[in-house]
Unconditional design. Structure first.
Lengths: 107, 121
């Protein structure tokens, strides 16, 4: 199975900061990667699909990049609503594994 | 409104069985692959199973292979997860989720609110 590793596990940042989260795949997944945001007690929300395509309705401060085995999610200017946990998910293989998550906390 | 609503969760003893349901509305259910994803208390997301739009193809995580069965009834706009031989480590919130696209695998754009499964004696 393809393993997905996110870093960091926790990130402390301030409103207005530029934030970058990395996701690495154990083998090439081309661009078959999605990013989600999850807040406590809520279902995940799709932010990015196909590594860099912004889901409809998602603010443009979110962007995704990468291909192969290394991917990044960037928030250009962190807003109060962005404090949450972020997950990557690969769907290159039938087993659609998630990364372990990155919690973005208030600094 | 596009919506997924899960039901069927509850408390079950180790070794027991449970059947989860997910009712879909607001989109052409029969056109999309569907998924089950779970989240153990305080833990991250874990993909559990996927099923193709027709129901012909199913896939499972190693952790549930042979114990869980995913199915769908397109006439009833419903997705199911039959869970047998349940273990304590299956305790989680179970979400159903719809694929974004109807012609290739992609991320999941619509999620249910989740149903809680607790496996305990």
């Amino acid at each position: 199975d393809i393993q997905m590793t996110q870093s960091p596990s926790t990130l402390s940042a301030s409103v207005g900061d530029r934030v970058t989260i990395t996701c690495r795949a154990s083998q090439s997944i081309s661009s078959w990667l999605a990013w989600y945001q999850q807040k406590p007690g809520k279902a995940p929300k799709l932010l990015i699909h196909k590594a860099s395509s912004l889901e409809s309705g998602v603010p443009s401060r979110f962007s995704g990049s990468g291909s192969g085995t290394e991917f990044t999610l960037t928030i250009s200017s962190l807003q109060p609503d962005d404090f949450a946990t972020y997950y990557c998910q690969q769907y290159n293989s039938y087993s659609r594994t998630f990364g372990q998550g990155t919690k973005v906390e208030i600094k | 409104e596009v919506q997924l609503v899960e039901s069927g969760g509850g408390l079950v003893k180790p070794g027991g069985s449970l059947r989860l349901s997910c009712a879909a509305s607001g989109f052409v259910f029969s056109s999309y692959s569907m998924n089950w994803v779970r989240q153990a208390p305080g833990k991250g997301l874990e993909w559990v199973s996927s099923i193709s739009s027709s129901g012909s193809y199913t896939h499972y995580a190693d952790s549930v292979e042979g114990r869980f069965t995913i199915s769908r009834d397109n006439a009833k706009n419903s997705l199911y997860l039959q869970m047998n031989s349940l273990r304590a480590e299956d305790t989680a919130v179970y979400y159903c989720a719809k694929d974004l696209l109807n012609y290739s695998p992609d991320g999941s754009d619509i999620w249910g609110q989740g149903t809680v499964v607790t496996v305990s004696s």
